[in-house]
Design a protein. Structure first.
Length: 744
C-alpha cells in the first residue's frame, strides 16, 4: 500500500496521537500532519522547530505509517541528535508507547558512515577501514608536499587540507577537477596532490570525514541496487537546519528521497550563516523547484523575544533579496525598545557594557548567565576580558579560549618572555620550533642534557653546543640565527624597556607573523586579527615589564565556581542559543558587515552578514543593546569608524538612541545612505551619515583647527556633507563625522 493510500486514524480527543498534537499552534500542527509528499518548513528563530520535528516523527509512528527503521532523521550535531531522540522517546512514553526499533537519527557523517560500513568494497575499501582525524590528515599531506618538492612554508598542509575538504563538500573528486572552479595551490599542483592524497588513503585502507559522504555517493552511482535498497527503506526523511547543507549532503538527500518523496526539510533561510564551511543557501531557496508540488509552511510565531526585538530583526532582514520571506511576531505585548549606543572607542564600549551588567545585577538581581556579548570577530573579546577582570565580573568565552590562552597569543608571549628573561626554559622550548625550523626531538634532548649537566639554561646550552661545534650544519645555522635574534631582542629591551614596539619587531623578525600569513585559511585570518589585537593591548601599557605582569595576573584568574558568568562568543557560535540580555558591540562598517566578506563575495557576502546580524538580534529575549564606536585601534593605528549600515535598517519606532559620550552625536531618524568620498579604495557599498548633511558646513570651514579625543589636534582640509577630512598632527589624515570633533 502506498503512503498516499493510507488513511490516518481519526483525531480522537483521547487518543495518543491527538494528545501530542494538541499542544501545537496551527502552523506547527500543519507541519506535523503534512505527511504525504515533500514539505519545507520555514522555521523562524524561536518558533519551535525542534518541537515540530520530534512531534512529526512521533505522529508517523503513532499513525503506524512506518517502523522506526524506516525513518531517516538527519541533524548537524550529535547534541541535536541526542536531544531529538530524547524528546521522541519522552513523547511516546508519555502516551504509553515505547520506541520499539532502531531510528536512523544522527548527523550526516554518522548516518553515512553506517551505510559505508555495510558496503565498503563498493567504495574500494576493506571491512576494517579506519577514519583518520585532522592531525593524521595534516601529517599525510605534509608528507605529500615534501615528496613533490613544494615549499611547505609557502604552501602548507593546513591550507591544502581546507581546500581538499571544500572540494569534497562540493562533490568534486580528483578526476572531476578539469574545468571546475578550484583555487590555485603550488602553481597548479592541486590536482596531482589531491589525487596522490586519495591514492594514499586507499593504500592505508582509510577515509577522512569528507570521504564518508563522497564514498556513499560513489556507491549509489556505481551500484543502483544498493541505492534502491535505501530508497525503499526510508519511507520518511526529515532534515534539520536544511539551510546549512552543502552540495554533497544535498545530493545524497535528493537521491534517497527519490522513491517515496516524503522528505520534510526544516530550516530558516534567514539564518544561513555558514557559507565559509560549504553551506549552500541555494539548497533551501530552490526546494520547490527540486521537489515539484512541495508544500511550504511558515512558522512565524515567536516564543522567545519581545515585539521591539522581533520588529528590529524583521525590518533588518527584509533588506535581503535572496530569501523566501516571513515575518516574526509574538502575542506578548510590551517590551523595551532596542538600545543603540554610540561610544568613543572599544574601551569605552567594554566599560559601558560592564556598567550595564553591574547595574542589572545590583538593581534587578539579574544573573550573569542570562547575559551574552556577541562579537563579529574573535579579537573583539580582548577588550571585554580586560574590562571584566578589572571590574571583577566573572565571564566565560564560549566556543573558544580566553584571549591570553589562545595558541598564537601564548606563542608571542613566550618569545617576549625569553627576550626579557633568557633563562626561561619553558617559554623557549615552546617556541624553539615555531615557526618550524627543522629542530627535531633528538636535538632538543641534546640541548636539555647539556643544560642539566652544566646547570645552565636551555639558551645557554645552545650557545655552549654551538661553540663546541656539536650540531650538524643545517641545525647549527638555524640555532646560531635564533641565538643572535634573542640576543638582539634582549638588548633592545634592556636599552628601552618602555618601548612596546619590541613585540612587533619580534613578530616580524622571528617569521611568526609570516607563518600565519602563509597559511591562508579562515583560522589563520582569525589568528592574525588576534595578533593585531595583542599589539593593541601592549600599547596600553607604559612598557613591556608592566604588560607582562598584567598577563601573569590575567592568566591567574579562576572561573566562577557556580558557572554564573557572562558569556562572550562570536555571532557564529551563538546560533541556537538564547539569553535574557544580549549586547551586540562593534556595529561599524568594515567590522560588521565585515569588509573581507564583502570584498570576497560582494552582494552575497553582504546578505550573509545581514543574516548574521539577524541571528544576533534574535538571540535576545528581553533586552537588546547594539553598540558602535567612533574610533577603533587596528594594527596599532587609530581609525575612525562609520556606524554600520545595518543600524540604518532598524525600525526607528522600536529604537532608543543613547549618546555614550561622543560629544553632540546622536542618531537621526532616519539615517540617509550616501556614497562617502575619502574612504579606502576597497570599501564597498554605502556608508551612513546623519540626515542633516549641511551640519559640517554650518560649523566648520577649511583651515579650522579642531580637536578629537583620540587623534588630538588637526586641521580641516575638506568638507563633504556631515563629514570632515582632517589632517591630524600625529595621527595623519582621517575622515570623521563633524560631531566627533570640536573647534580647538
Amino acid at each position: 500500500m502506498q503512503v498516499n493510500e493510507l488513511i490516518l486514524p481519526e483525531n480522537n480527543a483521547g487518543s495518543p496521537r491527538e494528545k501530542i498534537l494538541s499542544g501545537l499552534n496551527p502552523e506547527q500542527r500543519e507541519a506535523t500532519e503534512a505527511l504525504d509528499g515533500p514539505v519545507l518548513v520555514l522555521a523562524g528563530a524561536g518558533t519551535g522547530k525542534t518541537k515540530v520535528l520530534t512531534t512529526r516523527i512521533a505522529n508517523i509512528l503513532l499513525s503506524n505509517l512506518a517502523f522506526p527503521s524506516q525513518i531517516l532523521a538527519v541533524t548537524f550535531t550529535n547534541k541535536a541528535a541526542r536531544e531529538m531522540k530524547g524528546r521522541i522517546e519522552k513523547l511516546l512514553a508519555e502516551n504509553g508507547v515505547p520506541l520499539n526499533g532502531y531510528l536512523w537519527l544522527g548527523t550526516f557523517h554518522s548516518i553515512f558512515l553506517r551505510i559505508l560500513r555495510k558496503h565498503p568494497e563498493a567504495a574500494g575499501l576493506k571491512n576494517n577501514f579506519t577514519i583518520i582525524d585532522t592531525d593524521d590528515q595534516i601529517r599525510l599531506l605534509k608528507q605529500l608536499i615534501e615528496e613533490h618538492n613544494i615549499d611547505e612554508k609557502r604552501w602548507n598542509a593546513k591550507g591544502l587540507s581546507a581546500i581538499i575538504q571544500r572540494l569534497k563538500d562540493s562533490g568534486i573528486t580528483p578526476d572531476k577537477m578539469s574545468g571546475a572552479e578550484v583555487p590555485d595551490f603550488a602553481f597548479g599542483k592541486l590536482t596531482v596532490l589531491y589525487n596522490a592524497y586519495q591514492t594514499r588513503l586507499r593504500t592505508l585502507n582509510s577515509a577522512d570525514f569528507g570521504d564518508l559522504l563522497l564514498h556513499c555517493r560513489t556507491i549509489f552511482l556505481a551500484s543502483p541496487e544498493i541505492l534502491a535498497e535505501y530508497q525503499r527503506r526510508f519511507k520518511y526523511i526529515l532534515v534539520d537546519e536544511y539551510q546549512d547543507t552543502n552540495a554533497m549532503q544535498y545530493t545524497l538527500l535528493r537521491m534517497l528521497a527519490e522513491e517515496h518523496k516524503n522528505i520534510c526539510c526544516v530550516g530558516d533561510d534567514d539564518q544561513s550563516i555558514y557559507s565559509w564551511r560549504g553551506a549552500e543557501i541555494a539548497n533551501i531557496l530552490k526546494f520547490e523547484h527540486d521537489f515539484p508540488g512541495a508544500k511550504i509552511i511558515r512558522l512565524q510565531r515567536n516564543y522567545r523575544s519581545t515585539k521591539p526585538i522581533l520588529a528590529a530583526a524583521s525590518r533588518l532582514i527584509s533588506n535581503n533579496k535572496s530569501r523566501l520571506g516571513k515575518e516574526l511576531w509574538t502575542e506578548a505585548d510590551g517590551g523595551k525598545k532596542v538600545k543603540v549606543i554610540s561610544l568613543w572607542d572599544d574601551k569605552k564600549e567594554a566599560e559601558y557594557i560592564g556598567g550595564e551588567i553591574e547595574a542589572a545585577q545590583r538593581i534587578h538581581g539579574a544573573r550573569l548567565n542570562e547575559m551574552a556579548i556577541l562579537v563579529r570577530a574573535g579579537f573583539q573579546t580582548r577588550a571585554f576580558e580586560e574590562c571584566f577582570i578589572n571590574m571583577a565580573i566573572p565571564y566565560q568565552v564560549i566556543g573558544g579560549l580566553r584571549f591570553y590562552e589562545r595558541q598564537e597569543i601564548r606563542d608571542v608571549i613566550a618569545y617576549i618572555r625569553v627576550a626579557m628573561q633568557p633563562d626561561d626554559d619553558l617559554a623557549l622550548e615552546r617556541i624553539i620550533n615555531v615557526p618550524r625550523r627543522g629542530i627535531g626531538a633528538a636535538t632538543i634532548d641534546q640541548i636539555r642534557k647539556n643544560a642539566r649537566e652544566n646547570n645552565i639554561s636551555f639558551l645557554a646550552a645552545i650557545r655552549n653546543l654551538l661553540a663546541a661545534g656539536e650540531f650538524k650544519s643545517r641545525v647549527k645555522t638555524t640555532l646560531e640565527k635564533l641565538a643572535v635574534d634573542f640576543a638582539r631582542w634582549q638588548k633592545k629591551l634592556e636599552e628601552s624597556p618602555q618601548d612596546t614596539k619590541i613585540a612587533e619587531i619580534i613578530l616580524n623578525e622571528s617569521g611568526y607573523l609570516q607563518m600565519w600569513k602563509a597559511e591562508k585559511t579562515l583560522e589563520s585570518q582569525g589568528r592574525l586579527e588576534n595578533l593585531a589585537e595583542l599589539l593593541n593591548a601592549i600599547q596600553e601599557f607604559s612598557g613591556m615589564p608592566e604588560f607582562m605582569e598584567h598577563v601573569s595576573l590575567v592568566m591567574d584568574i579562576d572561573k566562577a565556581a557556580d558557572n554564573n558568568m557572562v558569556s562572550i562568543m562570536t555571532l557564529h557560535a551563538a546560533k541556537g542559543l538564547e539569553f535574557e540580555t544580549v549586547f551586540l558591540p562593534g556595529w561599524e562598517e568594515g567590522l560588521f558587515p565585515h569588509q573581507r566578506s564583502m570584498d570576497e563575495k560582494g552582494l552575497s557576502g553582504l546578505e550573509e552578514e545581514r543574516r548574521l546580524a539577524y541571528v544576533g538580534i534574535t538571540r535576545a529575549k528581553s533586552n537588546l543593546y547594539i553598540l558602535f564606536a567612533a574610533s577603533r585601534r587596528i594594527y596599532n593605528q587609530w581609525q575612525s569608524s562609520i556606524p554600520s549600515r545595518f543600524i540604518d535598517e532598524l525600525p526607528g519606532e522600536h529604537i532608543e538612541v543613547i549618546n555614550g559620550g561622543i560629544g553632540s552625536y546622536s542618531q537621526p531618524k532616519p539615517f540617509t545612505h550616501v556614497n562617502t568620498p575619502g574612504f579606502s579604495a576597497n570599501s564597498k557599498g554605502n556608508y551612513l551619515q546623519p540626515a542633516t548633511a549641511s551640519a559640517a558646513e554650518a560649523k566648520f570651514k577649511s583651515g579650522d583647527r579642531v580637536f578629537h579625543e583620540k587623534f588630538g589636534y588637526g586641521t580641516v582640509g575638506g568638507l563633504s556633507g556631515a563629514h570632515l577630512t582632517i589632517s591630524f598632527d600625529k595621527a595623519g589624515m582621517k575622515t570623521l563625522i563633524e560631531s566627533f570633533v570640536k573647534k580647538a
